[in-house]
Design a protein around this ligand. Sequence first.
Ligand code: ZN
Ligand code: ZN
Length: 334
Amino acid sequence: MTSSTTNNAARKLRRCERCGKYKRALYNINGMNICRDCIRGIAFYQVFKEGFRDPKLRGDVITIGLDIGNLVYYNPHSHAWCSPLVVWIFCKEINIPFYYDSLKKAWRYKVPLDKVMKLYIEEGVFRIEKSETGKEVIVEGEVLKDMLKRYGDRNDVFDIIGAWVTGLIISRLHEEPDAPDFRSIEAIIDALSKETVDSDGNIIAEPYYKVTSYVCRICGGRFPSRDEVRKHLMQVHTTPSDEIMTYVQEESVTIGYLLELSSLVDCLKRNGVSPERLIEKIEKFAILIHDDAEAPRIIEREGKRYIVVDPAWVRVTSRTRIYERELVRGRSLV
Ligand SMILES: [Zn+2]
Ligand SMILES: [Zn+2]
């Protein structure tokens, strides 16, 4: 332990070939010397991408995709990257063809359209076809076809597609060295992987429970509130009022995991993001936090404040850490 620490301290700062930041420890991944933060970004993108094919993770990546969409909504850089998807949904809803030319004419962004489309095509979201009149039409690629097959008959199909594709595109931008960096997402992943899971992907954060029902231990009857189970025990089983609680079993579900607010704030500052702005968005769009309207979003315990994080984020972070460990395993520091 001591010797490796010494070695690390003795290492010179070197430039990560992906993010350009100077770090002491770089790993050789696919021929590039990159830093640990970049490896985590790659792992997150992979988990997000593969998560859609995994029934256990699919709901989680859609939840996170919605949060990512809301997070970057006001970021002007994100508009360019999200606009082909927005236009496609529009065309689909009113059932008109999506001509590449009309997108080209309307393109007002700094980042070239070709570059944005290249990414959509590589991800299997879109394909370009020639129409009978020789015009280029943007149509669904394999991935979108698959999604339409799966969700086509639901009335929220475009919400689901919008969420997942936005999440995929934005997390993929971690791999684009000159794409806008969505630092608040990096900061969130950073905080969650430090505080809520260990390096093996086990969840170490404290769960936050919500009592969903109260069960009578005598007859097994289930009641929605403490008052009702109390009334039941007194009336049906004539239980003396001071003994009632020994006959009540609470049933609960985990609605979130606790993340100390100050650790999130530290990670945000380290990534150059204003904590106030993110907290404002958390409150406005319920980003990162659970979706139970009755439960608190931020709680206080022993003088510390905690965010009650949606379990979807923690589960995806857990997978990300496992993937990250696989990427790093066996690669020596360079
Ligand atoms: Zn890097
Ligand atoms: Zn009973």
